[in-house]
Design a protein around this ligand. Structure first.
Ligand code: HEC
Ligand code: HEC
Ligand code: HEC
Length: 275
């Protein structure tokens, strides 16, 4: 319209600021929606629907691993399942120095490795093979010479498809050395007092002194544990059937026939498993 002042262009900076505010608003919106729908810290209104969709072939263990990874982001750990804590006397000494979450370096696999310690002892993966001895794997229970099971995770409940609930939550798969037909435990039962003492004073020790203590507790322990495919394959380290796993469970474990597994770990640890 004539007479009216010509509309001035806004300076560019105004657009930039406007854009930044739009981004901030959008981020806050997304965060709020996530908090309400899926976040484990919010009301999680959409989680039941997501679970419905994922219901086929779900894995409780993998669920726990997922939660664990969420918690790890915030660097605080939780025991997701209330596993019974062993009394000090029968608790493997490894936990004193390495805590319940000993794996931290490799982000891709640490949660799943830590989860494996709920049903296998450290030595199952970290045992150093000995000359003249073969390694055999059995269920080990600190309170029973000869545990009979049924053991955790060995079969599915035919009605729900979930893992069968069991009473024995103490038994874990453990290695034994077989030497000339004699069986000998490969588990280290060492005095925990020394380990506790070490934890109190370790900051005052020199690297050599630390190394010496470490050596004392690391008899027959190798630094790198077994890889996934060492167990999750046919004719792997563990004889699943002999350990009491049901045959459909055995097939699932051998092939790691579990939703979410393939993309997630294949590249890192199981390159040829699915061929
Ligand atoms: C007295 C404390 C102590 C005890 C007990 C202990 N460790 Fe360790 N462990 C260490 C130290 C120290 C390291 C070096 C890690 C570091 O430098 O941060 C280590 C490292 C490791 C490593 C990584 C590789 C390496 O050699 O550095 C593995 C695997 C391991 N320990 C397994 C075990 C297992 C399995 C047990 C139980 C049989 C165990 N540890 C008991 C102190 C201990
Ligand atoms: C399912 C097999 C498995 C079991 C069970 C297991 N580990 Fe490991 N562990 C591994 C593998 C594989 C690695 C190497 C990971 C990597 O790629 O860095 C490893 C690495 C480690 C490391 C050094 C690297 C890190 O992640 O910080 C420590 C320490 C360790 N294990 C301690 C333990 C202790 C203590 C236990 C028992 C409570 C245990 N592990 C049980 C497989 C296992
Ligand atoms: C020492 C042998 C061993 C190694 C090594 C091992 N696993 Fe396992 N894994 C097992 C056993 C045994 C079970 C079943 C335990 C149970 O349910 O009682 C299992 C269970 C699982 C499950 C849960 C399956 C379910 O139905 O919930 C996943 C997933 C898995 N392993 C992935 C891995 C990955 C990934 C690796 C390598 C980073 C790995 N495992 C290394 C022995 C092993």
């Amino acid at each position: 319209m004539p007479g009216e002042p010509k509309r001035l262009e806004h300076p560019k900076i105004v657009y930039v600021i406007g854009f930044i505010f739009k981004i901030i608003t959008l981020s806050v919106l997304i965060a709020v929606v996530y908090q309400i729908t899926f976040s484990p810290h919010g009301p999680a209104v959409l989680v039941p629907i997501k679970e419905k969709i994922e219901e086929t072939q779900k894995s409780e263990i993998l669920e726990e691993v997922k939660k664990q990874e969420e918690y790890e982001v915030h660097r605080h750990f939780h025991n997701v399942v209330a596993y019974p804590q062993l009394p000090d006397k029968v608790r493997p000494v490894c936990y004193i120095c390495h805590s319940d979450y000993p794996h931290s370096k490799n982000k891709k696999v640490r949660a799943i490795l830590n989860m494996h310690t709920q049903f296998s002892v450290c030595e199952t993966c970290h045992i150093e093979e000995k000359k003249g001895a073969t390694v055999a794997y059995r269920w080990y229970n600190p309170f029973s010479e000869n545990p009979k099971g049924p053991f955790f995770g060995t079969s599915y409940d035919p009605e729900t498809g979930n893992l069968m609930e069991v009473e024995d939550l103490f038994s874990k798969i453990a290695p034994y050395f077989m030497v000339d037909g004699e069986i000998e435990a490969a588990l280290q039962m060492q005095e925990s007092d020394l380990a506790k003492d070490y934890m109190n004073v370790r900051d005052e020790l020199t690297p050599e002194q630390r190394d010496n203590v470490k050596k004392k507790f690391h008899v027959n322990i190798k630094a790198k544990g077994h890889e996934c495919k060492d167990c999750h394959s046919r004719k792997g380290l563990l004889d699943f059937r002999a350990l009491g796993f049901a045959s459909n469970r055995t097939v699932d474990l051998e092939q790691l026939n579990i939703t979410g597994m393939i993309t997630k770990y294949e590249k890192f640890y199981i390159p040829n498993l699915f061929k």
